[in-house]
Design a protein around this ligand. Structure first.
Ligand code: FCB
Length: 473
């Protein structure tokens, strides 16, 4: 059975109406995405020093089964073959991240030419194969020494980041036109410092808020310096993980819970980046928790320097209530209740609700509230409990369905006025899924971790075919 057409035909069969995917223009940008620590391995080769993730993986019980990125997908040694794999999918863009501790060991001092050399070879290989490189400068692998000096809650880290960004930019700007500063500052700041689920594993809400501000400052500093040094026009940007926060009911308590979640998850980033101010309601919410954003004179101007492309990573959305299961509206510390209420909808292997219609809503809202910023979906995808046959092939109907519904959601958002220019699948490969280790597989290509053999899944074939179809090939 050819499932590639099955998933696409579902839509037409259901209503006899055309598939929204066919409304995407032939110029729409298609890509696959990865990140350094999740795929590279080779953690102590060519002068790379440990990042906060190398350290965190050694903390007992921090990562599922004690997994780590020491070998991961061994991409550092298999890069040319992986580029061929990317080529075979027919995408035009590959989004990857650069590992700071490879390029500037210890987070300070001179460039490490051997480490940067790897990314030069990768970029050259991509260009030779007519794949456009899309660089993300920071996808969470902070050099451990910078964490020891205070990490992102310390203001100095923003300046260190800008120095590092310039090292990469100087070397690669002649070959790379799109530059993303940060991947998901909410995750780096809040999961890393406030909630302890990610490296470096701190559980200090105030430290999380300080980290977010300094990440945004680092974005602004790096963007301004790179732009000033650019010898040709470049697209600069940042990638945010954005979801939707829907109130459970129309009650004031539920609406307030959703508002707080939206302030902390979305507006805390986009308001300063685009409008040059933090949301007033957020500042008040934080003040009630005794926390202030450490803004110094000039910071908001720095954070809101212009950028060309907003990267959006979307996976799910949540419903919020301001009342807990026992009817309380405050927790033991007297803080308002923010309860996520599960919906009766299908979930992925991560337990994330599958809500593509919310994706459409989000994108339309972004173009309305933050106009003039073209959007590219820099990540979207799903983990499912894949089962490989004797040839390593995975017939992942669930992932095909997830991707098809979300690409449709993007197409619908465009029809409704959202300026979305591209869509990148997360992820090219099964890889090290942070605190979930290798247990959760997001790839459209399966990786057998015993042999490092890569096998394109049904979803990868589907993706390839959709791209061809939209391009009219
Ligand atoms: C995003 C991360 C990416 C991956 C996906 C599943 O938050 O950017 O590295 O972990 O989630």
């Amino acid at each position: 059975m050819n499932t590639t057409t099955t998933a696409l035909e579902t839509e037409s069969a259901a209503g006899g109406s055309p598939d929204p995917i066919d409304s995407l223009p032939a110029t729409f940008r298609w890509g696959v995405a990865t990140s350094s620590y999740q795929i590279e391995g080779a953690v102590d080769e060519d002068g790379r020093t440990p990042s906060i993730w190398d350290t965190f993986c050694r903390v007992p019980d921090a990562v599922h089964k004690g997994d780590n990125g020491d070998i991961a997908c061994d991409h550092y040694h298999r890069m040319p073959q992986d580029v061929q794999l990317i080529k075979s999918l027919g995408v035009d863009t590959y989004r990857f991240s650069v590992a700071w501790p490879r390029v500037q060991p210890h987070g300070r001092g001179p460039v490490n030419r051997a480490g940067l050399g790897f990314y030069e070879r990768l970029v050259d290989e991509l260009l030779t194969n007519e794949i456009e490189p899309w660089v993300t400068l920071y996808h969470w692998d902070l050099p451990q020494e910078l964490e020891d000096a205070g990490g992102w809650p310390a203001r100095d880290t923003a300046y260190r980041f800008a120095d590092y960004a310039m090292m990469v930019f100087d070397k690669l700007q002649d070959r790379v036109d799109t530059w993303t500063t940060l991947n998901e500052p909410w995750c780096s700041g809040m999961l890393g410092y406030a909630y302890g689920a990610h490296a470096p594993g701190r559980r200090d809400f105030e430290a999380g808020i300080h980290a977010v501000h300094h990440l945004l400052l680092g974005h602004g500093l790096a963007t301004e310096r790179m732009r000033a040094a650019a010898r040709s026009p470049k697209d600069f940007g940042i990638t945010l993980n954005l979801g939707t926060a829907t109130p459970l009911t129309d009650s004031l308590l539920d609406r307030e819970a959703a508002r707080r979640a939206d302030a902390l998850g979305l507006r805390m980033y986009l308001d300063p980046l685009v409008h040059g101010r933090y949301p007033e309601d957020l500042v008040e919410d934080l003040a009630k928790r005794g926390v202030a954003i450490p803004v110094l004179d000039g910071d908001l101007r720095q954070i809101s320097v212009p950028f060309e492309v907003l990267g959006v990573n979307f996976y799910s959305g949540s419903v919020f209530s301001g009342v807990d299961e026992d009817g309380n509206t405050e927790d033991a510390l007297g803080r308002p209740v923010d309860r996520v209420v599960p919906r009766q909808v299908p979930v992925t292997a991560m337990g994330w609700e599958i809500v593509p219609e919310e994706f459409t809503k989000l994108l339309v809202r972004l173009s309305r509230d933050y106009p003039g910023r073209p959007i590219v979906i820099t990540e979207n995808g799903a983990a499912f409990d894949d089962e490989a046959d004797e040839n390593g092939f995975v017939q992942d109907e669930d992932r095909v369905q997830y991707l098809a519904e979300h690409v449709r959601a993007v197409a619908r958002a465009r029809t409704a006025g959202a300026d979305v220019r591209g869509y990148f699948a997360w992820s090219l490969l099964d890889n090290f899924e942070w605190a979930y280790g290798y247990d959760k597989r997001f790839g459209i290509v399966r990786v057998d971790y015993d042999t490092q053999v890569r096998t394109i899944k049904q979803s990868g074939l589907w993706f390839r075919d959709v791209i061809r179809r939209v391009r009219g090939q």
